[in-house]
Design a protein around this ligand. Structure first.
Ligand code: NAX
Length: 329
């Protein structure tokens, strides 16, 4: 099929990396006939562990992956990159202030943004997963002026998938029949899952989410809170943060960016705001998008009621304050 794609995964030795890498080499991200050159990047002390992951990739006998490169050097990692999936970052440690976390990560994404700018293809597409994901993506974007702003994104697909799953469970339908559930804003406790443009499609007919769930109080309150706090709920049960579900969401995000969305289907991506829905430019904000030929378009004209506007204002204010802290380096 196409030429070999250069795909970089940072944080490759981490727990998301351990799921994500196998999704990629199985063909779930780029399709079952797309050959890949895989670059696995982490900090130097973690590279020995990645050698074990490479042995496991070999032992899977998947045919799509050719060369595999292991490195701790951003310049080497991003050389000629087609896709850069930035999972590696500084985790929040006990007693760490939010501002310290923001600054530690801002430094990492400044370095990686510059390395992308100087070494990746100008067409490289970048997905930032490491938290604070929206602000890290913004820092990478502003440090890579040679790459179009539209090539930078952050992961909010996990929030969307969580929201879609909650609706399916509550309406007692298959998740495949639930469409166009979207999430707005920051990947944080202020993310706003919005069901109002969604629908359930069954052989017996199409219905609104409200009609399928039959509980508007739940939709207004518990649904939103469950999605916002889902990451914490997984940590408290598993004693580890979401990993396989995060890897699946990353796979969905890049799959759709590369191969397009089905006609009429919306997906959520953190992207640079172009002023749509009066969200100020200069922040990375989760919008509903459709994708064709590798280019996303923000869905226009969705109804914003008073409640939604309040939620958009809150998540926007949070992103602006994160940006101020991160840029005050
Ligand atoms: P892990 O701590 O298991 O792995 C992170 C890896 O990144 C480690 O191997 C570490 O050595 C590496 N790393 C640190 N600094 C690096 C650097 N400068 N360059 C390259 N690699 C570096 O974390 P994991 O559970 O895999 O989560 C990774 C990130 O995803 C975290 O920041 C986490 O907060 C974030 N998440 C974001 C989600 C989203 O929806 N946007 C959901 C899942 C996840 O919580």
């Amino acid at each position: 099929s196409n030429d070999i794609l250069n795909v970089v995964v940072t944080g490759a030795a981490g727990q998301i990396g351990y799921s994500l890498i196998f999704n990629i080499v199985r063909g779930e991200m780029f399709g079952s006939d797309q050959k890949i050159r895989l670059v696995l990047m982490d900090i130097a002390p973690m590279l020995d562990g990645i050698k074990g992951v490479i042995m496991e990739i070999e032992d899977c006998c998947y045919p799509l992956v050719g060369e595999i490169v292991v490195t701790a050097d951003p310049k080497e990692a991003f050389a000629n990159a087609d896709y850069a999936i930035l999972v590696g970052g500084m985790p929040r440690k006990d007693g760490m202030e939010r501002a310290d976390l923001l600054k530690a990560n801002a430094t990492i994404f400044q370095v990686q943004g510059k390395a992308l700018n100087d070494h990746a293809k100008k067409t490289c597409k970048v997905l930032v997963v490491a938290n604070p994901a929206n602000t890290n993506a913004l820092i990478a974007m502003v440090n890579a002026p040679n790459i179009p702003k539209e090539n930078f994104s952050c992961l909010t697909r996990l929030d969307q998938n969580r929201a879609r799953a909650q609706i399916a469970l509550r309406a007692k339908v298959s998740v495949k029949d639930v469409h166009n559930i979207i999430v707005w804003g920051n990947h944080s406790l202020t993310i706003f899952p919005d069901h109002r443009c969604g629908y359930v499609s069954l052989p017996s007919g199409k219905s609104t989410i409200s009609g399928a769930v039959k509980d508007d109080t739940w939709l207004q309150n518990e649904f939103v809170a469950t999605v916002q706090k889902r990451g914490a709920a997984v940590i408290s049960a598993r004693k580890l943060s979401s990993a396989a579900s995060a890897a699946k969401a990353i796979t969905d995000h890049i799959h759709d960016w590369h191969l397009g969305t089905p006609e009429g289907e919306y997906v959520s991506m953190g992207v640079h705001s172009d002023g749509s829905y009066n969200i100020p430019s200069g922040i990375i904000f989760s919008f509903p998008v459709t994708i064709k030929n590798g280019v996303y378009t923000i869905v226009q004209g969705l109804p914003i009621d008073k409640n939604t506007q309040e939620k958009l204002d809150a998540t926007t204010a949070e992103l602006i304050s994160e940006k101020e802290v991160a840029l005050a380096l």
